[in-house]
Write a protein that binds this ligand. Structure first.
Ligand SMILES: Cc1cc2nc3c(=O)[nH]c(=O)nc-3n(C[C@H](O)[C@H](O)[C@H](O)COP(=O)(O)OP(=O)(O)OC[C@H]3O[C@@H](n4cnc5c(N)ncnc54)[C@H](O)[C@@H]3O)c2cc1C
Length: 396
């Protein structure tokens, strides 16, 4: 068995898969190691996003669960709907996305080990050793490389030997049911990406209904974990939506899965240290407002690739530049989202939420909503806010 590589990528999520694929395409000797033996075992992500993601990352159509056209925010008292013109967004099959990236990496020459859990590292001179447990064989194996990539997502297992050493985190947790519903219920939700805010349907976070293929829907709820207060069970919230909001009648639960997000406030993660580079959610690429993270994890990995190649082939450590470029692009946007996240989920009452959304709904058309909630671009919208405030002052 080969145990010496240029780069060992640990974690087969969107960041790790994309990173391994792009490095293999550049001719590097890559190992991609994932702890689960199948990507179906941790199919935790709702994977809703804009359709442009497919083109941006050269992804095939067969990983798409379905398309959505409209964006709905349901408060405790009323819905706010933005109608799109066509197939504006997609909901991916998350397991298939990861399988596709790993398969492509393998086709381009990478070695892929499923069912291999990373345990520990040792850095000596100009090489790094990583030890894995082969879960099926219950045996240990140590490999060496010039660089280790921490793509283990929220656990950041490779960069930080101890959880206590990690920066201060905003922690979110979510649970999701994949349900098969009747034709009639499916027809009601198949074109919409629906989010719930406010106490009636969510709790310190948001809930959602995302469409999937063949009469299936993803129904879930997520929240910030920031107080010791006893909160409503996320399963209870999700079932409340199924039974009282959707009135789904007879539905079949096909799968229940969940996961967590750990986002470092102010993006304080360590990107590179001692032959370990972190990518994706291991450096808080997930958006702190909506929890959308798949596109950003892949984009971050893609951005890291030329710096990894320069390090491995020419010994050039320019990872500081990689961190600078990423933060230049996202620091401010994510900071605005951090502020909105803490206000919307922790501070606003139902009345305040309704007031804010009613105002926003009046001002923002579908394109504005997509720019704000999915591209996190607020620049065009600031003129609308300015106009709105100006009219308000003039009316006084
Ligand atoms: C409930 C939920 C819903 C979400 N919904 C959406 C959504 O609708 N749209 C969206 O864009 N994003 C969504 N996200 C966020 C998105 O899934 C993440 O931001 C994205 O998956 C991050 O990719 P990553 O590769 O950085 O990390 P991950 O996807 O977390 O991948 C990390 C990988 O590392 C592996 N790993 C961990 N430890 C080890 C170890 N010791 N050894 C080997 N392997 C290890 C894990 O098994 C995993 O496969 C959601 C997240 C959650 C929790």
């Amino acid at each position: 068995m080969e145990t010496s590589f240029d780069v060992i990528v640990i974690g087969g999520g969107p960041a790790g898969g994309k990173c391994a694929l792009e490095l293999a395409k550049r001719g590097l000797k890559v190992l991609l190691a994932e702890k689960y033996s199948s990507f179906e075992e941790n199919n935790f992500s709702s994977a809703g996003m804009l359709s442009e993601t497919l083109g941006d990352f050269d992804l095939p159509l067969d990983i798409v669960g379905t398309y959505w056209s409209n964006f709905v925010v349901q408060s405790s008292s009323r819905p706010y709907t933005w109608k799109g013109a066509g197939q504006e967004g997609i909901v991916l099959n998350f397991g298939k996305l990861k399988q596709y990236l790993a398969d492509e990496a393998q086709k381009h020459g990478a070695t892929v080990w499923m069912g291999h859990r990373y345990e520990s590292k040792e850095i000596s001179g100009n090489s790094a050793q990583a030890t894995f447990t082969d879960i099926a064989a219950n045996s240990k194996i140590t490999c060496s490389a010039k660089l280790l990539i921490d793509a283990t997502g929220p656990v950041r297992k490779v960069m930080y030997d101890k959880v206590q050493a990690q920066p201060k985190m905003l922690v979110g947790t979510g649970i999701e049911y994949l349900v098969e519903v009747s034709d009639e219920v499916y027809a009601r939700y198949k074109d919409d990406l629906t989010f719930f805010l406010g106490e009636k349907w969510a709790d310190m976070g948001y809930s959602w209904i995302f469409p999937m293929d063949s009469n299936t829907l993803k129904v879930g709820s997520g929240r910030l974990v920031s107080t010791n207060q006893k909160r409503k069970d996320l399963k209870v919230i999700t079932e409340n939506i199924l039974e009282h909001y959707m009135q789904a009648g007879e539905y079949k639960i096909l799968d229940v899965h969940g996961g967590s997000l750990r986002y470092s406030l102010g993006m304080k993660d360590v990107f590179y240290r001692d032959r370990v580079l972190a990518v994706g959610d291991a450096v808080s690429t997930v958006n702190p407002l909506g929890g959308e993270g798949i596109r950003y994890a892949m984009e971050n990995a893609e951005m890291a690739v030329p710096y990894i190649e320069a390090f491995v082939k020419r010994g050039k450590n320019k990872f500081g530049r990689f961190k600078f470029r990423w933060k230049r692009k996202y620091y401010l946007k994510w900071l605005i989202c951090e502020i909105l996240c803490l206000r919307i989920y922790l501070k606003y009452t139902d009345e305040k939420l309704d007031h804010r959304f009613a105002q926003y709904h009046k001002l923002a058309n579908f394109e504005d909503a997509m720019e704000n909630f999915f591209r996190f671009n607020f620049s065009n919208f600031r003129w609308k806010i300015f106009g709105f405030l100006f009219k308000k002052i003039m009316r006084r």
